[in-house]
Design a protein around this ligand. Structure first.
Ligand code: FCB
Length: 441
């Protein structure tokens, strides 16, 4: 049994626009890089696309009701940039914004506070045609888009996340090509990462300039790396992967510098992005909280890939993603963040697990998911007891949805979605989460 959490701890669920909304051609929405990518043969399992997804665009009232019934405090969702600016810039599309106004109305009526992510990977395709995040201009268009959203919704939303997981957007999108836009150039991916971070800083600055109330931060996917042995070369290898996945984002945002060891390595390889004066000052403008997406850890040793490392297989049971269940890494991460970066308020903005759920007579007995969640909540409680300023937990995900390159083949929801009928079924984990929250009151 998990300990009691502070009374004001926030319990939430999370989703993202492209993964659930569907309605990709509705009300003037423009094309996103995920529309283009998912329609490209061979990119997504079974050729799945987000064309319909969970049809949340039309079913948001039902989905909000489900959260209300579970007693959820806060709902983290993202805004689809191409709904609001179909070509990424220029004239906004009022019908696109209307959808989010309707969603906010519904949340407000049901006493659920919104937590809004501005960028969860659905870049307008028109901007990609000009280079996407490799082009510095995209950072300025992002600032304009963010500014517009703040001016329209700033009085209704108290919790803002600029970007979701810049490492994934940059590296999976532009480095190894597993995600949209599917490009494979390591050097470009580092430049893309820099521009994403820069756009984060620009957006925070414009939020402050607007004098808005509420909090703004960024969400990073942080994956602690453990050396496979205590040999110095394995310890060094783990440090490099940590540098690439974690510190490359934490350090500029929270310290105003890229990690020196990685700068040295990337400079030697000729892939270090050229920074302009003032970039790091912008990237490190103070934020109000750090969002953490945590799923698993890595085990690494010395090897001969581009980072000089080799990845080792998990030592514990894995989820349907093949990700090792290792909650201790979340505890270690939370404690380390405070040690290395100081007392910034932290939120788990995603944590959860995919399992091959079976719907039988309207029920899904997802014991493993409940166990995963419970174990991770336990270490959150331990971390709070150890003095970590952890303020909330958002479960990924409310609904089974379009899991990027895995399409509908991986189910992360606590609510089961039958994609043929769009009918929703509460899994045991949803019922469990609702009861858990009730006990915390
Ligand atoms: C994260 C993403 C989220 C979801 C989970 C499983 O990397 O932010 O959209 O796909 O993984």
């Amino acid at each position: 049994m998990v300990q009691k959490f502070p009374k004001d701890f926030i319990w939430g669920t999370a989703t993202a626009s492209y993964q659930i909304e569907g309605a990709v051609d509705k009300d003037g929405r423009g094309e996103s890089i995920w529309d283009r990518f998912s329609r490209t043969p061979g990119k997504v399992v079974n050729g799945d696309t987000g064309d319909e997804a969970c049809d949340h665009y039309h079913r948001y009232e039902e989905d909000v009701q489900i959260m209300k019934d579970m007693g959820i405090d806060s709902y983290r969702f993202s805004i689809a940039w191409p709904r609001v600016f179909p070509t990424g810039k220029g004239k906004p599309n009022p019908k696109g914004l209307d959808f989010y106004q309707r969603l906010l109305d519904e949340l407000e009526e049901n006493g659920i506070s919104p937590s809004v992510t501005l960028y969860h990977w659905d870049l307008p395709q028109v901007l990609q045609d000009d280079g996407g995040w490799v082009n510095r201009d995209t950072a300025y268009y992002f600032r304009d888009y963010a500014y517009y959203i703040f001016s329209k919704l700033g009085d209704r939303v108290q919790f803002w996340i600029t970007h979701n997981e810049p490492w994934c957007a940059a590296y999976l999108g532009y480095g190894n090509g597993e995600h949209a836009p599917g490009l494979k150039n390591f050097k470009d991916s580092l430049l893309a990462a820099h521009h994403i971070l820069y756009s984060h800083g620009l957006a925070v600055q414009s939020f402050r300039d607007e004098g808005l109330e509420g909090q703004i931060g960024i969400t990073l996917n942080l994956t602690p790396q453990y050396p496979v042995s205590d040999k110095p070369e394995d310890i060094e290898a783990a440090k490099r992967v940590d540098g690439f996945n974690n510190r490359w984002y934490l350090d500029p945002v929270l310290r105003g510098e890229y990690p020196h060891d990685m700068v040295e390595a990337f400079t030697a390889q000729g892939v270090m992005p050229k920074l302009l004066g003032g970039d790091l000052e912008t990237i490190s403008v103070p934020i109000d909280f750090l969002g953490i997406n945590f799923y698993s850890r890595g085990i690494v040793g010395y090897g001969d890939n581009e980072l000089g490392v080799k990845h080792y297989p998990p030592e514990n049971p894995v989820t349907h993603m093949g990700w090792e269940v290792y909650p201790q890494a979340l505890y270690d991460l939370l404690v380390r963040l405070v040690q290395d970066y100081g007392e910034i308020p932290l939120y788990i903005t995603e944590n959860g697990a995919a399992y091959p759920d079976k719907l039988v007579n309207g029920e899904v007995h997802d014991k493993e998911r409940i166990s995963y969640i419970e174990q991770h909540m336990k270490v959150c409680a331990d971390a709070i007891a150890a003095g970590v300023p952890l303020k909330g937990y958002y479960l990924w995900s409310l609904l089974d949805n379009f899991e990027w390159a895995f399409g509908y083949d991986r189910r992360f929801g606590i609510v089961y979605v039958d994609f043929k009928t769009q009918k929703r079924y509460l899994k045991d984990s949803a019922k469990w989460y609702g009861q858990f929250i009730a006990k915390q009151r």
